[in-house]
Design a protein around this ligand. Sequence first.
Ligand code: GLC
Length: 444
Amino acid sequence: MKKLFSLLMMVVVAQASAQMEGEVLSTTEKMQWFKDAKLGIFVHWGLYAVNGIDESWSFYNGYISHENYLKQTKGFTAKNYDPERWAKLIRESGAKYSVITSKHHDGFALWDTKYGGFNAVTNSAAKKDVLSPFVKALRKQGLKVGIYYSLPDWSYDDYTNFTRDSIRYKISEEPKRWQNFLKVYQGQLKELSKKYSPDLYWFDGDWEHNAEEWEATKVKRMLLAQNPNAILNSRFRGQGDYETPEQGMPITRPQSPYWELCMTMNNSWGYQKNDHDYKTTDQIIGIFADVIGNGGNLLLDIGPKGDGTLPEEQVEILKGLGEWTQKHKEAIYGTIAGIPQEHFYGPSTLSKNRKMLYLFVKGDANGEVVLRGLKNNINRIWVVGEGTKLAHQVVGKVYWSQYPGIKYIKLPKHVLDKHMTVLAVLLDGTVDLYREDGSVIESN
Ligand code: GLC
């Protein structure tokens, strides 16, 4: 008995220490926090915020010379940078993670890197590492940390591509130069992984070289050696864990179980003082509901100014989103994709045990929400975050067929949310949908 007990203890201790040392999780396990998180905030912060021009692309595409683009270093002061406030606002928006541009395609690194020679400490008016305080503040707020990293570095002398019509060299002609660059970029990634041990790496720009040229598998191995459960996005030549559609909300449900729509609030990733074309909070909530209804995450972008101030419009959106996500949290976090649109003309989510159905209703639905082909009986319906119990009526059910009829849920005006009302529908079992063609009456 004693022996058995000490054997058991050994197993328990071994398990606990495996967890402490960062046990390697299965894909499903390692992706779970991401799957449950639903909302992340993307931060594009770099030189481009100073003039308010396109991030990196403005010189790559020739709208400004490289020389003049670099002059923005003088305006990148970070004078009003308040990482604690950023992180707090991000948490209050309802986001569970944030992804920040540690280095965009222009090569300007936000941290005190030993590699590449172009960073916020030595090459900007800020004269300091502006990445570490943000990472620290995110962790303090209990948020997961994502690091965006551009593989291309268009400013670096030993990188192949410079602008759209000027390439510095071809790897086949100057392999040594490429080797130099590999050391720089891999050195930077090693620094990032050691310094921050990010929960997620958000690569970008992989299209300029193939997997062998980037040495992608080797780099992935290096990153996972530091944190075996780190998540990688799809933009690293086949090394990624999840898909990253950009700007366009997928119309049909993506095949991949793991995906994240990254989207700007206006039309720019970085701060552009001339871009006032903001989506409304209402529209963003609608898009967010579509995303989670299809099993994805939304990575919503903000672009702080060169002095670190957050644009007022963006703060307003984060706050508005926060009010709504807080009220409707049970229908958002930890849920899974909802039922097909034929059954309900709007976004929906399901609890993991598939017994709770959440319906997202825009506007007043003319007093009635329609659910088609739901075979379950409904035990109870209420308004999420508001509590009112709702009545429903079943119409058109016929006893000689499996066809369950149409369920009409009465939705009075006084319970409506100003953006999007969410109804919780407690089913009598796991969701069961009628997917057959209507049958013909054979006996009556
Ligand atoms: C694109 C752009 C880049 C932007 C990114 C965000 O890949 O190259 O400028 O940062 O999308 O998703």
